[in-house]
Write a protein that binds this ligand. Structure first.
Ligand code: GLC
Ligand code: CA
Length: 561
């Protein structure tokens, strides 16, 4: 297979609202991003994924799109966006846009028309159902636990319900309806004409709904689901017929334009992934999954890590390409979840996680702030939380009798707001993010954890990322190599070989808070190693015999003979 640009790429995800505010209104914007492109170039990334910056009432921070062909005034103008594209392209950085095609905002022109009458030309752009026995068409719940909990909202004007898997203000689009599909293809092609290099497809596995909208049999969660309406993700995920939809998207848009796509693989695991991303399928290029960065458990053991990486490497051995990431705008901070954010271990563990992501097979995705080891935040009151999930769950918990403090204690470590606090540029007011009042509170740890400080430090996390990104360019085994895990049953050590014809690398890491030692397997004894990278500042050891690693110590070696 001829290599595609996105296989060599390192993608950096920007949550525009929280990245850099250029005009002091407290909201990050496109001009802010433009001003920071040199920093991204310095880091070495060559692709940016923008979370949605289209016109939107911002109910779900832009995942509720009101105008798919324009930029939200909070973020700037279409002209600003064109300047960004141009500037980034000149610097060798590609831009991919987040496309939200499962639902739109209820303020989208299509929906405003659709709700007017049953014979409106836009009626079938959305999913309308008459009441069933005077009530909701079925017992599905909405993810954000809004209203009475149902995924259906009654609309007086026409006396019917519309489906919204997420917010009441985010009606689901009807992919069964060809005119809607045509409209979407035109719009995507319009962005490609403008110069965007690819798309991240928001929850693409839920475009297709099950026929006849059957009730879910799942039992309600007593603290969260309300009035018998149940949130049942598998119900509307990977439904038969989804592949036809994606294949048509590919043939009408992505394929002919050679446009990169990465899908948010809700409900995708290693066994059903090939059906979406194998080359002959002509659907999408890559998918990111939730098997490592599980949002509910937030723990990865060495055993877990090996198992997930092995599964994915096996299915992609001959066909398909992986995404490596641990956190994004929908999760808490990776160093707090999968590393350790204590004073001594934050830096080494942030670097260890980065080392994993940049030396395992696939394309690494960095989420803003990860490269300076930004950590979770905790606010005292729900008023300071913005995330729809956190708020929805909070109010359901309160209704079920849980105290506000207990509810916050439970929800805070998982809240998506952990990842959405303003980028910490320096230790000046508002972490250098804005001269105005930020739309969400800055993490108070910014005085210690910020880019400027990080760069001054000998232990800079940012510089570790730079080295990893450079290594990807220098070491063919990282992109082309296979992966073989060694020391397989160790409860602290994670170790693997990356091998291609021209090179063999050994990655060995102590994925634990205690010291750990290992002995290399027989076939690697007597082999000569050259250390390429470490996350501690120490002399290069000889690793022939037994070696002890410090907490979270991670090293990369090349076999030289
Ligand atoms: C995806 C997005 C998330 C959003 C949801 C609804 O999961 O990543 O941020 O809330 O879809 O659009
Ligand atoms: Ca602004």
């Amino acid at each position: 297979m001829k290599k595609k640009w996105w296989q060599d790429a390192v993608v950096y995800e920007i949550y525009c609202k929280s990245f850099c505010d250029s005009n002091g209104d407290g909201i990050g914007d496109i001009q802010g991003v433009i001003s920071k492109l040199p920093m991204l170039k310095e880091l070495g990334v060559n692709c940016i994924w923008f979370t949605p910056i289209y016109t939107s009432p911002q109910v779900d921070n832009g995942y509720d799109v009101a105008d798919y062909r324009n930029i939200d005034p909070d973020y700037g103008t279409l002209e600003d966006f064109k300047t960004l594209l141009d500037t980034a392209h000149k610097m060798g950085i590609r831009i991919i846009m987040d496309m939200v095609l499962n639902h739109s905002s209820d303020e989208c022109f299509w929906f405003k028309e659709s709700r007017k009458s049953k014979d409106n030309p836009y009626r079938n752009y959305y999913i309308w159902q008459p009441p069933k026995d005077g009530k909701e068409p079925n017992n599905w719940g909405n993810y954000f636990r809004e209203g009475n909990g149902s995924a259906w909202e009654f609309d007086e004007t026409t006396g019917e319900y519309y489906l919204h898997q997420y917010s009441i203000k985010m009606p689901d689009l009807n992919w069964e309806y060809e005119p809607l599909r045509r409209e979407i293809y035109d719009m995507l092609n319009w962005w490609i004409d403008l110069g965007v290099d690819g798309f991240r497809l928001d929850i693409f596995t839920r475009f297709k709904k099950p026929e006849g909208f059957p009730d879910t049999k799942r039992v309600p969660n007593p603290t969260l689901d309300r009035n018998g309406f149940v949130v049942d993700p598998p119900m509307c995920t990977n439904v038969e017929g989804i592949h036809e939809i994606l294949h048509e998207l590919y043939t009408e848009v992505f394929g002919p334009r050679d446009c990169m796509t990465v899908g948010e693989g809700a409900g995708v695991s290693f066994d059903n992934a090939p059906a979406y991303v194998s080359q002959g399928r002509e659907e999408i290029d890559m998918v990111y999954h939730f098997e490592l960065g599980n949002r509910s458990k937030y723990h990865i053991s060495p055993e877990n890590f090996r198992k997930v990486q092995k599964n994915w490497a096996t299915i992609f051995e001959k066909n398909g390409w992986a995404v490596q990431y641990l956190s994004n705008h929908d999760s808490a901070r990776q160093v707090s979840c999968y590393g350790c954010d204590s004073e001594e271990l934050r830096v080494p563990s942030a670097k260890l996680l980065a080392t994993f992501l940049h030396t395992t097979p696939g394309t690494p995705f960095i989420y803003q702030g990860e490269e300076i080891g930004m950590v979770n935040v905790k606010y005292d009151t729900i008023d300071d939380y913005n995330c729809c999930y956190t708020r929805g769950d909070y109010f359901s918990m309160i209704k079920s009798g849980i105290s506000p403090k207990d509810a916050i204690d439970t929800l805070a470590p998982k809240s998506r707001d952990n990842a959405r606090t303003p980028y910490q540029w320096n230790d000046s007011v508002n972490a250098g993010f804005s001269t105005g009042k930020p739309w969400i509170k800055v993490n108070p740890k910014y005085t210690a954890i910020n880019l400027e400080n990080d760069l001054k430090s000998e232990n800079s996390i940012f510089k570790h990322y730079q080295k990893l990104i450079q290594m990807r360019k220098d070491c063919p085994a990282i992109i082309d190599g296979d992966i073989e895990f060694i020391l397989d049953n160790d409860e602290q050590i994670v170790a693997y070989l990356r091998r291609c014809l021209r090179q063999t690398l050994l990655v060995v890491a102590n994925y634990s808070k205690e010291k750990a030692s290992y002995t290399l397997p027989e076939n690697l004894k007597g082999v000569k190693f050259n250390r390429l990278l470490t996350n501690y500042d120490n002399e290069e050891p000889s690793i022939n015999g037994n070696r002890e690693l410090l907490p979270y110590e991670a090293e990369v070696y090349e076999i030289v003979e």
